[in-house]
Design a protein around this ligand. Sequence first.
Ligand code: MIC
Ligand code: SF4
Length: 642
Amino acid sequence: MGLTIAQKIIKEHLISGEMKPGSEIALKIDQTLTQDATGTMAYLEFEAIGIPRVRTELSVAYIDHNTLQSGFENADDHRYIQSVAKKFGLRFSRPGNGICHQVHLERFGVPGKTLIGSDSHTPTGGGIGMLAFGAGGMDVAVAMGGGAYYITMPKMYKVNLTGKLRPWVSAKDVSLEILRILSVKGGVGAIIEWGGDGIKTLSVPERATITNMGTELGATTSIFPSDEITKAFLEAEGRGDAYIPLSSDPDAVYDRIIDIDLSELEPLMACPHSPDNIKRASELSHVKVNQVCIGSCTNSSLRDMLRVAAILKGKKISDSVSLSVSPGSKQVLSMLADCGALSDIIASGARVLECACGPCIGMGFSPESGGVSLRTFNRNFEGRSGTRDAGVYLVSPEIAAASAITGYITDPRELGEYPEIEMPDCFKIDDSAVIEPAEEREAESLPILRGPNIKPFPETRPLDNNIKASLTLKVGDNITTDHIMPAGAKILPYRSNIPYLSKFCFGVCDESFPERALAAGESIILGGVNYGQGSSREHAALVPLYLGVRAVIAKSFARIHAANLINAGIIPLTLDDPDDYDELSQGDALELCDVFSALESGRMTVKNNTTGKQYTAMGEFSERQRGILLAGGLLPYTKTNR
Ligand code: MIC
Ligand code: SF4
């Protein structure tokens, strides 16, 4: 039987386990990346493991999220990460060099290699045929130390593209179309391979937009073949020798095949507050727009920016719109400047922001109260923009630029002729914002520079055989990690200060939760389907751990968050009968019985001591996961099993 692209890469990197969907497999990891909002914690964990030098082929520490220095916190964390990178053998991408996924694609990604990153959009690398996963910081720390990365062997989906995108329709619309088809949980447990004749019409940045947003499907990752188009991209980056061809076997078998005819797609948008709430732009032309933000790891390539510049050229944005443009990298920004396109953007009335995540993670540029914000980003969860009652729509750069001009949601086809853009044959290469690590000999004596914002890791302890805890919070379906542990300019600087962060836990759902959990001592949370979707932030597990959460019972979990819970020593349990959810109420006194043998059998008895009823929850854990839970988390487990 033939193999899919992902199966080929997995086979080459398989350390243990069987390549059978549903079984746990261990993969050798070639490259890692971190960003600063998850990086500080990941490096503290790496230090705790106690390995003096990274053991990967390449590890890069990016600074791109916490670039607002409104106090010493972010600056101190950046200094810490820079000192760690120098000492432990990582490259350090300075603030201003760009968004991790964009820069990694440009400068470091290699087809056929494995990459994990402490950021859920790491699958962007699939745009050049990398097998790239988002992971919790602790998993990245272990991989940096040479340890394997464990995942459940995914199913294989294929999306067959035919035809060619029509003018004004772009890769973003392909991402939104697949979200319309599959929903935010439709990719759970699967790797999505993109193929068919239609991919020959898509450049690497367009492919990367699509693999980037595969994260919003809940997919384990997404991948394109590595072909002549990949080769041309790598050559333009001066990295032609990184190219290898990669495709699936003609007789590869897929669990599901989805066909999309590119020539039938129209400009689409994801309406508030979920990336799968899809409508056609033409249906919403009556909606007045207050803000437009162009950028993020989804749509900040040179290609996207040149397109935006061409649409804005010679025009002014509407008086009622505030437009921000954040190019994805220093390379993109300086090429925009060199060819004059930046002037066209500036002349239109746009506010040009630095090459960073910026508004995407609520680092400034929050919309006005009740405002409508059109963003070329990948997530529009409630409150993520920093303005709770804002309506955020996810759109293509074409819709964004057109709507910024008119002041209303605009189907960009109304603007008439699609302006052509010319992509250069070679990109401008300047890696001076990437600082090399110290030589091994010299590294030993180098200091690690810690600021006062770095607080100790929350205490873990081995698991008890009987857990009595109060159900301190009951939440609904599709709870995101932005609900559990919000981000934004006010909170992000405290990612290395768990006690302070804990005050904001579940703030979007219920501001009184942290106080209630602390008062209860030991807690259990009850969730609906797809609990923990979205960001890879392990803080959404570490903060509940700090607040005394011992288990989360849900109808189903998102992959990275379930792994983060286990890594933090919190038991993720799935209700055997989803209807039991309705019978459990906030405040109930729960008891998890005979936990040790339940971990073995995969069936846990949950007693409700308030109502006297009893339920079964499932948790099928591998031997390794049981070991982690029993030890009280991945860190104590790694220390004893090293
Ligand atoms: C995001 O887009 O939500 C983030 C911020 O990049 C996160 C990581 C984080 O919370 O630091 C992600 O996607 O994993
Ligand atoms: Fe940054 Fe936004 Fe991309 Fe997350 S989704 S890495 S915050 S640009």
